[in-house]
Write a protein that binds this ligand. Structure first.
Ligand code: NAD
Length: 505
């Protein structure tokens, strides 16, 4: 986002450090737009490196006290956090809609899916249980414990300003770490409301901090010697950069990147059900979901009836401001992004695809907000830019193929591997598909297979850099390190000098 001069009358979005709002001394800031009207609604301050240091230092000071806080007490605080966020979910959702543009119903869904992660983290006493082996040798026992890492950072994208931070901080702080969040500068306010709610729930000051900003703040977090681990979610080029930079600075990193999610429709699929799924997952949240379906791969003669059914449903989607009841799809995040997404429609046509539905012709796309009505491309092929690039907007592409094998080849050649769905009634085909496909999250007649909080979320290939997936059991592993203790309690009667290598006997 470009650094801009902003009128002083706009609401100011600032940092949350050591349990309070902290004004920025940095001269740098950005605009938070109202995507539904195209107007400016707030100024977000961009942290300087010194302000990031201040947040890290508050987190470092809080760490020893927090990690020593009894597990049962930490669980109780997580439980209260869950209750407070739940009872304030409408307020959070309103902020999400105001700044991101998604509909209120969608925003409520985002908060609910985020809360699942806090619910999971309430079980931290159980999740941190280690193993114990008695009598590995005479009088010797071995046990493993998991300990927090220290100060950890989270850097999050614009499309889920509440849920993705919850993917990260819930497990991180439950495990005893302290946290510095750098939210997206495009919709930063929900993070401050969440910070306040966590404080009210009993999270001690300094355990959860927020620094607003852009690359300057991120760069400082990546190189800061007191940051032990970095969780990132965003586009693939930035994920790769974050992974390479932070690992070079010795940090543990999980960096989730972009996506190009295919939906494979086999000839025996229920056409109506597949069309419902393609439209819901392609245009929900204006296509700005990392698990959105962006390519329908239609096998054999399923293509024509499927496209007819999709178009019929598209015509009924109600597009408009997310705060207005009844609307099903809101605007895109910025004017610049809307224009970029729309540019793929001309580009696709010039590369030989068929522009089956041009959302730019819809009246809603002419409003002052950042709207683009749902669009559909047919006869798309790999190596067209509309296929190769992550568009991240309400543009659904249809690729026609002759066989399952051809579909699989196309999917395998795609650099991303986040989510995928197969639509069919054939159990054998599904079993083969889940065996074959190189994608991290698979849906069987389910279009957006985001795992529940007690599994873990992560793509393969260019959709994830790092070893561990996010949240769930792998999240607990990511935010802790194992220590193995071998112990003998003195029994002077059996003690002797023995210079041999210790062995079990
Ligand atoms: P983005 O990569 O532009 O930004 C993500 C975060 O990185 C933001 O906080 C931003 O301030 C920061 N950032 C941006 N450029 C940077 C740079 N050069 N150096 C350091 N930090 C930088 O992503 P976005 O546009 O906010 O979000 C959309 C993208 O996120 C899409 O590609 C989407 O697929 C992806 N996403 C992936 C997942 C997943 O789970 N895999 C989930 C949500 C979103």
């Amino acid at each position: 986002m470009p650094v801009v001069d902003v009128p002083v009358t706009l609401r100011n979005v600032t940092h949350w450090i050591g349990g309070k709002l902290v004004e920025s001394n940095s001269a740098r800031s950005g605009i938070v737009w109202n995507p539904a009207t195209g107007e400016e609604q707030a100024i977000v301050q961009f942290a300087s490196s010194e302000e990031v240091d201040q947040a890290v230092s508050a987190a470092k000071d809080a760490f020893e006290g927090w990690r020593a806080t009894p597990l049962s007490r930490r669980a109780e605080i997580m439980f209260r956090s869950r209750e407070l966020i739940h009872s304030n979910r409408a307020k959070i959702a309103e902020l999400l809609t105001a700044e991101h543009g998604k509909t209120l119903t969608d925003a409520m869904g985002e908060v609910a899916r985020g809360l699942e992660n806090i619910e999971f983290a309430c079980g931290v006493p159980h999740l941190l249980k280690g193993g114990f082996s008695e009598q590995v040798s005479r009088g010797v026992d071995v046990y493993q414990i998991r300990q927090p890492l220290g100060v950890v950072a989270g850097i999050t994208p614009f499309n889920f300003p509440a849920m993705v931070p919850m993917w990260m901080f819930a497990n991180a702080i439950a495990c005893g770490n302290t946290f510095v969040l750098k939210p997206s500068e495009k919709d930063p306010s929900a993070s401050l409301l969440i910070a306040e709610l966590l404080q009210r729930a009993g999270v001690p000051d300094g355990v959860f901090n927020v620094v607003q900003g852009d690359r300057v703040a991120v760069d400082r977090l990546l190189e800061h010697p007191d940051i032990k681990a970095v969780s990132f979610v965003g586009s693939t080029p930035v994920a790769k950069l974050i992974y390479e930079t932070a690992t070079r600075h010795g940090k543990r990193v999980q960096a989730l990147g972009g996506a190009k999610n295919h939906m494979l429709v086999l000839p025996d699929a229920d056409i109506g059900m597949a069309a419902d799924a393609a439209v819901s997952a392609g245009y929900g949240s204006a296509g700005e979901r990392c698990m959105a379906v962006s390519v329908v791969v239609a096998v054999g003669n399923v293509a024509d009836p499927l496209i007819d059914a999709i178009q019929e449903r598209m015509a009924r989607i109600r597009v408009g401001p997310g705060l207005e009841e009844g609307n099903e799809m809101g605007p895109l995040i910025t004017r610049e992004h809307r224009d970029r997404v729309a540019s793929y429609l001309d580009c696709a046509a010039s590369e030989g695809a068929t522009l089956a539905v041009d959302g730019r012709r819809d009246q809603v796309s002419k409003r002052s907000g950042f709207f683009l009505a749902p669009s559909l491309l047919d006869n798309v092929k790999p190596r067209m830019r509309c296929y190769d690039d992550e568009i991240f907007g309400p543009v659904l592409s249809v690729v026609r193929v002759e066989s399952y094998e051809e579909a699989l080849r196309i999917i395998h050649d795609n650099p991303y591997g986040n989510g995928i769905a197969i639509f069919t009634r054939d159990g054998g085909a599904v079993r083969q598909f889940q065996f074959d496909v190189e994608v991290g999250m698979v849906g069987v007649n389910v279009p957006i297979p985001v795992p529940m909080a007690y599994y873990s979320f992560g793509g393969w290939k260019a959709s994830l850099f790092g070893d561990l997936h996010m949240y769930g059991p792998e999240g607990i592993q990511f935010y802790t390190r194992a220590k193995v203790v071998t112990s003998r309690w003195p029994d002077p009667s059996t003690s002797k000098v023995d210079l041999g290598f210790p062995q079990a006997h």
